[in-house]
Design a protein. Sequence first.
Length: 256
Amino acid sequence: MNIDKIIKTLNENGYEASYDNLYKDGESRPAIFVKQNAIIAVVFYLDVYENESDDFIANDIISKFGECDAPQFSNYTFINDWEAISSTLRLCVRSHKDREGDATMVEVKNDYEVYFRMFFENYTIAVTEKMREAWGKTFEEVKASALKNNSDSLVVKDFYGMTIVTNKEGLYGASAIEDIDFLSFVSNCYFDSGNFYIIPSSVHELILIPCKGCPPVEHLKNMVSQVNDAYVEDKDKLSYSVYKFVSNLKEVIVFE
């Protein structure tokens, strides 16, 4: 299955199509999002098209999209309501992406991007610039609301002696790297107020290692590179860098 070809065909036919993984019923499923002059897209799960040709998939999506009546979108009008939606916002992080055709609202950092998702019971939706404009909020206001919700969902786990940070859902939990107050809390409670290295296991979780008695940074960077290349899917890779939380400065520095 050539997803880029499918999306290109849809876009050439006047649709706005994009690809992402959607969290539904406890698992991540690959999906194509299709819309026309709308904020909300219709979702087409790709795992139902096993062994079908790219042309068949694109034509089937076009056919099914045409069968969607406008009233089906009426249940999503709450997306434009800031008061209804602000409590669902979460801050997320991802590797740098090709920005062409991507409407997601992002803040570009040196080696990753900050963006936002709305978390619902069985799925998540990435926040776009059009959504932010509909809310009448600045990037900073959206980020402040998302960070507050993040803090309420982040958890620290012990995994065979390693300190793991993720969130209650186990989804996009690496966003903790952007929450300085949470990292300070972890330093105080788990590392005797000391410094620690942050290993980006994936976009979903971080591994924390105390600086005291830790191997050299180059060893950690090699470990990140080997694990990324051998075990982490491209869509879940965050970066190949190692980070360090400096407790007294309340700052995260990066070793690229």
